[in-house]
Design a protein around this ligand. Sequence first.
Ligand SMILES: Cc1cc2nc3c(=O)[nH]c(=O)nc-3n(C[C@H](O)[C@H](O)[C@H](O)COP(=O)(O)OP(=O)(O)OC[C@H]3O[C@@H](n4cnc5c(N)ncnc54)[C@H](O)[C@@H]3O)c2cc1C
Length: 324
Amino acid sequence: MTHRTAVIGAGLAGLASARVMRRAGCYVEVFEQSKAIAGWIATTRMGIVPFDHGAQYLSARSDEFRTYIKEREALDYASLWEPNIAFGEDGGTKLLNWYVGLPGMSAVVRPLAESVRIHFERRVHTIKREDRSWYIWFDDQTKEGPFSAVVVAVPAPEARLMLGHIEELAVPLERVRMAPCWSLVMRFDQQILLEFYVYSDMSQAIRWIGRNNGKPGRKGKGENLVIHASQAWSRETEDVEAEVIAEEMWSEVWHLLGLSHFQPIQMQARLWKNGLVDSSLGETYLFSSSEVVSVAGDWCLGRLAEHAFESGTQLGNAVIDALK
Ligand SMILES: Cc1cc2nc3c(=O)[nH]c(=O)nc-3n(C[C@H](O)[C@H](O)[C@H](O)COP(=O)(O)OP(=O)(O)OC[C@H]3O[C@@H](n4cnc5c(N)ncnc54)[C@H](O)[C@@H]3O)c2cc1C
């Protein structure tokens, strides 16, 4: 019998689990609150210019994720990126072998969505068990189902809201702590960073300054910067308006790099609420085999995209075993 399964969240973890379930013969439907796939591995546009707003690069230490990235690289959807980096006051460390998606980061995630039905702009409110099946309830009070199994692949605080009524999942979810991160994208009509492609851990407030146009496959005139604030500063300022944050972050950056005589053509700040993992679960995923409901995400194992891939992939296998 073909099982109908649901995944909540079209980020890397959710789509990695969807791929495993689809390959095992399930009919998989994904419900995503936004208009696009890839979650925090987003490529967004400011005008016509694409920016990697969230994750800046991918590391691939596990064999499985390395194989996946190498396949993308062979098809020109990913490339090795070896920027020269200035490390600031915290000293910083660089993980070996950084990869980026081509032409943007989200291209790395796209193949996972093949043959999977994705419903966009469907924000899930809760899930309920009725007659040994699962039903998904949305913010607009509509519902979908029945499903044989559900994978919840959203940030831990959001998973808690959906699964708080299932004690064996709610209790471990309490252990996970997540933090916000402000991201600022900026366009300039000329090159402004002459020496380095990346400035890392520059001050208490600024964690990352990167030349988006310095990554492989990104063309165009002028300079496009992506700047990420530190976790601590983002937490302190998470209630401040985005326009004010953009001015403050830019002011800090031009002080740090001596750029006072440059003016951006455009800039836009965005808060990734629950974007970074402060304290992870320490398990690959959470799974209730009696109820066939489960949770995956980067926050299960760490704070990187490769953790999301591993969590989602392993959980997909566990669901298939449970449905046999
Ligand atoms: C600013 C920033 C920079 C980063 N830089 C790097 C980096 O350079 N390298 C690296 O390896 N990692 C980086 N990361 C981490 C990496 O992006 C994450 O580890 C990875 O994207 C997490 O994938 P995920 O699938 O677990 O979650 P997410 O990407 O968060 O996906 C969850 C999805 O669920 C959706 N969703 C949430 N709630 C609901 C709901 N109620 N109903 C329906 N859908 C819902 C969301 O819209 C989202 O699409 C960065 C993260 C941030 C925020």
